[in-house]
Design a protein around this ligand. Structure first.
Ligand code: ATP
Length: 266
């Protein structure tokens, strides 16, 4: 199958398993997938395990290739990972950092083609005005956008983006989701985004994967799987899924519910 298959994935830290025997429905190429769930349920752990940056067992297949036993360096040719932390400030120009990201995992493009590809990417992301500015002179949101360009320039088969909109204002949030969706479709890649903004996920993503303390809570078309009951189980909130005037689903979060007390075993 062209796309991503994850079966029986177990990952954690030391002896503590965070993800236990996790299987996802097949995620076909061209899909934009929202990875959602409460703080600490293992979204980043899953992204890092898929990137090969975290010890894990289980079966991972990308475009029909079993990559379960490939290390991070081997996977880097097909997979690009954008961590939750913003790119470090450096005296390099934004353009140079994107060029360097491509050198780390060569795309095989001739220098002139590569320059053209980077210029196009800066244009698609509306980042031309930042290209010749030093990274340590950019704002947090601007650095987050350059970090995204560093990942996209590699044209990966699987994009793993950990909260790529966390530092961005409303316009740039939309710009990121629109661009990643467009590029994912054009290149037939899969993009897996850990994201807390459930309404952005609803608006743009083809699939939703909801993790909870006990593993996978739901997976499927966002509009079909999200309801009040799932919001309660996933986040411990009272909430509603309603339709806006344009027909899109929207989550309205009403109130945090008390955390259920565990029964005292004694
Ligand atoms: N380096 C680490 N060593 C030990 N435990 C860790 C480490 N990183 C994360 N954890 C634990 O693993 C669990 C899952 O963390 P993870 O960062 O994957 O969650 P998350 O769903 O991405 O959370 P958030 O939404 O807050 O970013 C948490 O209980 C966390 O405390």
């Amino acid at each position: 199958m062209s796309g991503l298959l994850v079966n029986g994935l177990t990952a954690g830290y030391g002896r503590r398993h965070i993800l236990r025997d996790l299987s996802l429905p097949p995620l076909p190429s061209g899909s934009l997938v929202a990875l959602v769930g409460a703080n600490g349920v293992g979204k980043s752990t899953l992204l890092r395990a898929l990137a090969g940056l975290q010890p894990a067992s289980g079966h991972i297949e990308l475009d029909g290739l079993d990559i379960s036993r490939h290390g991070a360096a081997q996977r880097a040719g097909m997979i690009a990972y954008l961590p939750q932390t913003l790119p470090q400030g450096s005296s390099l120009l934004a353009y140079e950092t994107v060029l360097a990201a491509n050198r780390a995992v060569p795309s095989g493009l001739a220098p002139a083609e590569l320059q053209r590809a980077i210029a196009e990417l800066f244009a698609v992301l509306d980042l031309q005005s930042l290209a010749m500015r030093r990274l340590d002179e950019l704002s947090g949101g601007q650095r987050q956008m350059v970090g995204l360009a560093q990942v996209l320039v590699r044209r990966p088969r699987l994009l793993l983006l950990d909260e790529p909109t966390s530092a961005l204002d409303l316009r740039w949030q939309l710009k990121v989701l629109q661009t990643v969706r467009q590029i994912t479709r054009e290149q037939g890649a899969v993009a897996l985004l850990a994201i807390h903004d459930i309404n952005l996920a609803l608006r743009f993503c083809d699939h939703l994967v909801m993790l909870g303390e006990e593993g996978l809570l739901a997976a499927g078309c966002p509009q079909q799987v999200l309801d009040s009951e799932l919001l309660r189980r996933a986040y411990g909130i009272e909430g509603r899924v309603e339709r806006c005037s344009q027909g899109f689903s929207l989550v309205l979060a009403d109130r945090a519910l008390p955390i259920p007390q565990r029964e005292n075993p004694a």
